[in-house]
Ligand binder design. Structure first.
Ligand code: NDP
Ligand code: MG
Length: 385
């Protein structure tokens, strides 16, 4: 569905947008971007998990045709309720683009259903691809839908790749800020608190991904995401630490040329680009880049010994089958327990490693098998809190 944003000026043709997770960090960023693109897009559906108050404010501002609240009370009687609300919103006839900004494996069914229904999915919910990359690809092939990544690194890679085939690519280089603990030694890391982990140096995001950025589990999710999005094997995907978060990622081509995409650390551009790809539209609200102000740009290797979650996740990706689903579910559960004060920072990676040892060999394949692996990993980690 190239050029979904092509119809500026003709309001009857404006593509309809559903935002799943509209009350979150990416969801609210998306609404900020869409507020400047009202002549190009219509917001037709919004969903949240439990934040009825913010959802009601958004409804008042946007008058979408559909509003869904998964759990919790409040809001209007007309709102859809329950987990089905996500799929319902995503598959509506008046929806052309689904911004999946739900956090966690809870976003999977909506990604699958959107693609089956032939929609463009502006995908922030990387967990969908990690849990079920093959199923997501099959759903897109069957239904004619397409994924355009919102994740800044993958948006960068998409922009660097242009029309090149995977066979032209020697290497994807995914940048990582290194998170708040980039320079911390092992002893200091052992005592890292929730407040420390939530103190991200360059990005302002939801709590789960902020903790993932501190453990570097987020980079493992992103390596797996890149593998499925771009069809590049794991041994040609590398991670480099870049503390300024200006170079969002790079592609090295077979002739040795390296193409990078740069910009200030803001999700507004990746969200906008996911809506308009392959076109570019004017948006005076996206923060401008000043190379002098951004300098110096530095790069350093990942400290794998200090951040073992990254290696666990990449190994899970390479192993395939249910292993990535186990990695993701163990991580989601451990992060939730850490945020509740029931697990130390170091235990997040330890429990992920243990869960993969115990359950990583579970069979993958269909959705039922992957969800069984997901559930088993959640139970495994919860029992060891
Ligand atoms: P937030 O926690 O800020 O927002 C999550 C959104 O999803 C909220 O609207 C929340 O509703 C809703 N939600 C949470 N749980 C469920 C559920 N079980 N079912 C349905 N809806 C649910 O997360 P972020 O916006 O930070 O992240 C969203 C996704 O985007 C993640 O996959 C993340 O990895 C990815 N991403 C985020 C980036 C960022 O800058 N934030 C950058 C790159 C990727 P409620 O508010 O009611 O709880
Ligand atoms: Mg990212």
């Amino acid at each position: 569905m190239s050029g979904v944003g092509a119809s500026a000026g003709d309001s009857s043709m404006r593509p309809g947008v559903a935002i799943l997770g509209s009350t979150g960090s990416i969801g609210t960023t998306a609404l900020r971007v869409l507020a400047r693109q009202r002549d190009r897009f219509r917001v037709v559906a919004l969903t949240a998990h439990a934040n009825a108050a913010l959802l009601a404010e958004q409804e008042a501002a946007w008058s979408p045709a559909f509003v869904g609240l998964v759990t919790g009370t409040g809001g209007r009687d007309a709102w859809a309720r329950g987990t089905d609300a996500l799929v319902e919103a995503a598959t509506r006839d008046d929806v052309d683009v689904v911004i999946n900004a739900v956090v966690g494996a809870a976003g999977l069914d909506a990604t699958l259903a959107s693609l089956e229904a032939g929609k463009r999915v502006a995908l922030a919910n990387k967990e969908s691809l990690v849990v079920a990359g093959e199923l997501v690809a099959e759903a897109a092939a069957r239904g004619g839908g397409e994924i355009v990544p919102v994740d800044s690194e993958h948006s960068a890679i998409l922009q660097c790749l242009g029309d090149h085939a995977p066979s032209d690519v020697r290497r994807l280089v995914i940048t990582a800020s290194g998170g708040p603990f980039r320079t911390w030694d092992a002893a200091r890391l052992a005592g890292a608190t929730v407040a420390d982990a939530l103190n991200h140096p360059t990005w302002s995001m939801g709590k789960k991904i902020t903790v993932d950025s501190a453990t570097l589990a987020n980079k493992a999710l992103e390596v797996i995401e890149a593998h499925f999005l771009f069809g590049v094997p794991y041994d040609r995907i590398e991670v480099v630490v870049h503390p300024q978060s200006i170079v969002h990622s790079m592609v090295e081509f077979i002739d040795g040329s390296v193409v990078a995409q740069l910009g200030v650390p803001s999700m507004e551009l990746p969200v906008l680009y996911a809506l308009t790809h392959p076109e570019r539209v004017v948006d005076s609200g996206v923060p401008r880049f000043d190379p002098v102000q951004a300098s110096p740009l530095t790069f350093e290797p990942v400290r794998h010994d200090a951040f073992p979650a990254l290696g666990f996740g990449i190994a899970a990706g390479r192993a395939g089958g249910a292993a990535p689903a186990v990695f993701n579910a163990a991580n989601e559960t451990a992060v939730a327990l850490f945020l509740e004060g029931r697990m130390t920072f170091g235990q997040i990676a330890t429990r992920i490693g243990e869960a993969l040892d115990a359950l990583g060999g579970m069979v993958g394949g269909d959705r039922i098998a992957l969800l069984a692996a997901d559930a088993a990993a959640r139970t495994f980690v919860r029992e060891r809190a």
